[in-house]
Design a protein around this ligand. Structure first.
Ligand SMILES: Cc1ncc(COP(=O)(O)O)c(C=O)c1O
Length: 485
């Protein structure tokens, strides 16, 4: 990388604090944070006792805490820092746009230079006839937008009964009221209310590792598709509007679908007259080696694709809901006088975010980061799979730069550790101490690094993760929490 802050000279071991980090008063920041900042998805008890790690700076695939400790960020922020940290080019584009025109209303008949340019660019990158972009700020609001547009579409077609949205167990679609209701991760619903049937219905989602019985992967595909068809028949196809699916389920456990599953689900939707929405908030913009994964990786052409995260590589909040010509044609036909398409946000297509996205896409294209992922991704997968010899690693799965370890108490029976063992967190803590960030989700550790990762960094990451897991395993044995070794 030539436009980064530190250059290539950063050693691969945890650095001692450079003097500029003295400017951060970690204890003061820690106190302010604990007293006033409510974090998303937080165990308040742990946070109140331990506080938060204060992240201060970044470069390439690394982040630095406020004491100057360096970490290889194998989380890519939160599945999003695809182009890597410290991209001066993106920062400059944002600053330049803020100076020229920080903001103007996107409502009715005004647009911005980067907004129009980005919508055109996305139409050229998206598969098939997904030629129309609606911009929001997050993956959650992109999914809300998709539901609103789908309902508007069927209302306009004179099919007002078509309202139910079908999603899958273990899917993640966001955290607004509606997006969390679309989400099928049961853990995320604890203590909250969600919207259920008839607006949102759930079907079984693929989990190849934990599938029940003796089904082959192919039989498992049949089973899942049959389950979906039965659900549609139970609800009545005339009442079902759309099916939402991540190509690979992310937060639900990096669940790769069994062979032929997505094309068959796509086909089933077509048969029933149900719209197919690909939630590519994680998978778009290179994580699986292509700008969009639906067609290039899985061979399906959705009616709608949602994207966010890697669209700006996390430099600014932005989402894009990409609609087919057919949907656009229906929703854009004039309504009764005075009626309009009354949906949108103050910050839809924010000019600074769109400028960030354009600079980000320019980098992804110029450096062929999708090609890099296609080349290096299989090496990452192969190296991570070597961890399957560790006695608490039950499954290593995923694709390219979207990977996950499932940790288990017993590899033969796939028995899980009790939740209080917090196996994923123990491993991530052991890795943190070694300067590696891997995300704990329950019993899992998820890896979604920046797409610039080199093979040397992959080797260090895998060796460090192995050492972390070995240390945790020894600790569990000492505490009498595991004796499987
Ligand atoms: C597949 C998917 N959809 C939607 C979202 C929600 O995105 P956001 O957190 O930007 O609202 C996420 C977030 O992780 C996601 O993984």
């Amino acid at each position: 990388m030539t436009d980064t802050v530190f250059g290539d000279s950063v050693p691969a071991v945890v650095q001692s604090a450079p003097s500029r980090f003295d400017a951060y008063d970690t204890a003061d920041l820690w106190r302010k944070d604990v007293d006033h900042y409510i974090h998303p998805f937080t165990d308040f008890e742990v946070w109140k006792n331990e506080g938060a790690l204060v992240m201060a700076e970044s470069e390439g695939a690394y982040v630095y805490d406020s004491d100057g400790k360096r970490y290889l960020d194998a989380q890519g922020g939160l599945w999003c820092v695809n182009a890597g940290y410290g991209r001066a080019e993106i920062a400059d584009a944002m600053a330049e746009q803020a100076r020229r025109l920080a903001y103007y209303s996107p409502f009715t008949n005004t647009t911005s230079v980067p907004g129009a340019t980005l919508a055109h660019k996305l139409a050229s990158l998206a598969p098939g006839d997904l030629n129309h972009a609606f911009f929001g700020m997050s993956g959650s609001d992109a999914n809300d937008t998709a539901v609103r547009i789908i309902h508007f579409y069927f209302n306009r077609l004179g099919q007002p009964n078509k309202k139910t949205i079908i999603t899958r167990v273990n899917s993640y679609h966001g955290s607004s009221y509606l997006a969390m209701s679309l989400t099928g991760v049961a853990h995320d619903h604890i203590g909250f209310d969600i919207i259920g049937e008839p607006l949102i219905a759930r079907v079984e989602g693929p989990d190849v590792y934990r599938r029940s019985g003796e089904m082959t992967p192919e039989e498992y595909t049949d089973h899942l598709v049959d389950g979906f068809k039965s659900k549609v028949e139970e609800l009545g196809a005339d009442n079902v509007a759309a099916f939402f699916a991540e190509p690979i389920m992310g937060a639900g456990g990096v669940l790769v679908p069994p062979p032929g599953y997505l094309p068959r689900m796509r086909e089933a939707c077509r048969e029933f007259g149900i719209l197919y929405v690909s939630d590519e908030v994680v998978t778009a913009f290179g994580r699986l080696g292509h700008f969009f994964a639906s067609e290039d990786v899985f061979g399906i052409q959705p009616d709608i694709i949602n994207s966010a995260k890697g669209l700006t590589s996390g430099y600014a909040p932005l989402s894009a809901t990409l609609l087919s010509d057919d949907i656009y044609d229906v929703i854009s036909v004039p309504q009764a006088p005075g009626a309009e398409f009354a949906h949108g946000y103050t910050y839809s297509g924010h000019p600074v975010s769109c400028a960030a996205a354009l600079a980000n896409i320019e980098i992804l294209e110029r450096e062929d980061l999708c090609g890099h992922v296609r080349t290096v991704g299989p090496y990452f997968e192969e190296r991570l799979r070597t961890l399957a010899d560790l006695p608490i690693v039950g499954d290593v799965r995923g694709k390219n730069f979207m990977m996950c370890l499932e940790n288990v108490a017993d590899r033969d029976t796939k028995e899980m550790f009790p939740p209080e063992v917090e196996i994923g967190r123990r491993i991530s803590d052991a890795c943190d101490a070694r300067g590696l960030l891997v995300r704990p989700i329950g019993r899992l550790n998820v890896l979604s690094p920046p797409l610039i990762l080199t093979t040397d960094q992959i080797d260090w990451l895998v060796d460090t993760l192995r050492a972390g897991i070995e240390e945790v395993t020894a600790g569990l044995e000492r505490e009498g929490l595991w004796s499987g070794g």
